[in-house]
Design a protein around this ligand. Structure first.
Ligand SMILES: Cc1ncc(C[n+]2csc(CCOP(=O)(O)OP(=O)(O)O)c2C)c(N)n1
Ligand SMILES: [Mg+2]
Length: 337
């Protein structure tokens, strides 16, 4: 009969044996993403952010848990809901805020806006507005990694809606055929704009789309940062060691409307559904784990709150004080037909 582990061992396995500093840094990161997005919502409401703006509230455990797996030489690519992933990847939040406000110090010199964050130094390859368009680009980066014989991985993030796009299937097929070091990550927040998964995909369990390609897959609780980390790490390790792709369906929920231009509930979901989902909030859940494990207490959480508030305020000050792109930049860095 197996012996029950000692409480200390139970605690260590619950938090994956990770050091306290690492876990607390994750909490900081999740809170920063949340507060950054709340500020973005406020600035958008004041008319200070132009164009589209898709917020990440509710999905923070994914950006924090997945980015924690990566080394600086690994890569990330995503769609337009990119603020959280950029911040968790270590892109300067000041540059992110400046980009939102259209300033020259922004991640794409104030010319890309919310949907087009990019940071070459951090191997953060965007920010792509056309649904599904970046999925084959991600597979191509996987090809390059393998071609050069590097032991790296690219995480290719996409929404549930993107898994209905032809390019998604082509990318998965080639990645499996050529055994590329790619982790395809579906952030299944249950809706593409106002269309639920049940209305857009004949297969509700989106991980099943890997089966057609005989690809490794997994399902992940996107509200639990520890599970996200663990399962993305397994997939990334396999990608790096064996040059094999995986498809992860991470189940999550978005609290805000699809973008800032549509309402939180709309006609496609009820207020009650949103409130119900908020009861499994990823930040609250992680805080309670930290507390139960004796790693943090109320005063710690209050101090993080203050620190993060200051970081976000500093981002806005930086963006406010930054210049707009000069006129001669208008035609630079853009593809002209
Ligand atoms: C090819 C293409 N078709 C339609 C659109 C309009 N559009 C923008 S976002 C979106 C929904 C995508 O939903 P999902 O992939 O689930 O991502 P989420 O917004 O939930 O993060 C659509 C249809 C687009 N940008 N590109
Ligand atoms: Mg979606």
């Amino acid at each position: 009969m197996s012996k029950k582990p000692a409480p200390a061992a139970e605690s260590a396995s619950r938090t994956l044996g990770l050091p306290k500093e690492t876990l607390l840094a994750w909490y900081d990161d999740m809170l920063l993403v949340r507060r950054f997005e709340e500020k973005a919502a406020q600035l958008y409401g004041m008319g200070r952010i132009g164009g589209f703006c898709h917020l990440y509230n509710g999905q923070e455990a994914i950006s924090t848990g997945a980015c924690a797996v990566l080394t600086p030489d690994d890569y990330i690519i995503t769609a337009y809901r990119d603020h959280g992933l950029a911040i968790s990847r270590g892109v300067d939040p000041k540059a992110c805020m400046a980009e939102l406000l259209g300033k020259y110090t922004g991640t794409t010199k104030g010319k890309g806006g919310s949907m087009h964050f990019f940071d070459r130094e951090k191997n953060f390859l965007g920010g792509h507005a056309i649904v599904g368009s970046h999925v084959p680009i991600g597979a191509g980066v996987g090809f390059a990694i393998k071609y050069k014989g590097q032991q790296n991985v690219i995480l290719v993030f996409m929404g549930d809606g993107a898994t209905n796009i032809g390019a998604f299937f082509e990318a998965l097929g080639l990645a499996q055929l050529w055994k590329l070091p790619v982790v395809f990550i579906i952030e299944n927040n249950r809706y593409s704009m106002g269309t639920s998964v049940t209305r857009s995909s004949p297969v509700e369990d989106l991980y099943k789309k890997a089966l057609a390609f005989d690809m490794r897959w997994d399902v992940v609780d996107g509200m639990n940062v520890l599970e996200v980390y663990q399962k993305v790490k397994q997939a990334a390790d396999i990608a790096k060691k064996d040059y094999l792709p995986s498809l992860l369906e991470i189940r999550t929920y978005r609290y805000r409307g699809h973008s800032m231009s549509d309402p939180i509930h709309g006609h496609y979901r009820t207020k009650e559904e949103v409130e119900e989902q908020k009861r499994s909030d990823p930040i609250t859940l992680f805080a309670s784990i930290l507390q139960e494990e004796g790693l943090a207490d109320e005063s710690y959480f209050e101090s993080v709150e203050k620190r993060v508030k200051k970081v976000v305020e500093d981002c806005v000050t930086f963006a406010d004080q930054s210049p707009e792109p000069p006129l001669e930049e208008l035609w630079k860095d853009v593809y002209l037909p």
